[in-house]
Design a binder for this molecule. Structure first.
Ligand code: DGI
Ligand code: FE
Ligand code: FE
Length: 196
């Protein structure tokens, strides 16, 4: 963790580092709430690592992100090429694996998918995705207070609300939509209906 913090302090802006810590602490709290195995704290440790590393590639130049993807044969779509900030999850997971020897696929996936989500997310993936939205120093976002509560009551309901707000925001701003964001939303809306 010392090495990770040193790297992040060097590579991230002050604000982004602050956000990163907020996501890590929030993810740990959620991991404690939803821990599938109460007999050990390994899950909270994973949440800590995934939270700390989720934005480790956020402040890198977009050209550099694309260069790393090309060099290490990380596939990306046309949308990701045009909006290379979307690649900070994939590139971040690459850095986590290669700089910090993170081999746990769940942690790596939580980093990869934290921006768009994906259908069938693991508990850890959901936690990092949600913690990214609700961490305490995030600038006000729609329904923030409600989602902050909901995150500790009904994790899937919080997930759907965040996805809906993100889609709304992108539509309003006329930003190109990564199909994965829409697919994730559709998947969780459908699974919510199935539950009822
Ligand atoms: O890196 P952070 O700022 O902490 O958070 P993030 O990785 O979730 O990125 C947030 C931004 O990503 C937010 O402005 C919405 C945007 N985003 C999420 N899904 C999509 C998207 N942007 C585009 N263009 N397309 C998407 O599908
Ligand atoms: Fe991010
Ligand atoms: Fe983030």
């Amino acid at each position: 963790m010392k090495k990770i913090k040193k790297y992040l302090k060097k590579e991230l802006t002050k604000e982004r580092y602050h956000h990163t810590e907020g996501v890590a602490y929030t993810a740990v709290a959620m991991a404690m709430r939803y821990n599938p195995d109460t007999s050990n704290s390994e899950f909270a440790q994973k949440a800590m690592l995934a939270g700390m590393l989720h934005d480790c590639a956020k402040c890198m130049d977009n050209d550099e992100k694309l260069r790393i993807c090309d060099k290490y044969k990380i596939p990306y779509s046309e949308i990701e090429k045009e909006n290379a900030f979307l690649l900070h999850g994939k590139v971040g997971a690459h850095i986590a694996r290669n700089e910090f020897e993170i081999e746990d696929e769940d942690i790596l996936n939580a980093i990869i998918w934290h921006t768009t989500g994906r259908p069938g997310m693991s508990l850890l993936e959901k936690i990092v995705f949600i913690a990214d939205y609700i961490e305490p120093s995030r600038k006000p976002l729609p329904e923030m207070d409600e989602i902050r509560q909901l995150a500790f009551i009904d994790i899937d309901a919080a997930l759907v609300k965040i996805l809906a707000n993100t889609l709304n925001y992108l539509e309003k701003k006329n930003e190109p939509l990564d199909p994965m964001t829409q697919e994730t939303y559709d998947y969780y809306i459908a699974s919510k209906e199935k539950k009822v």
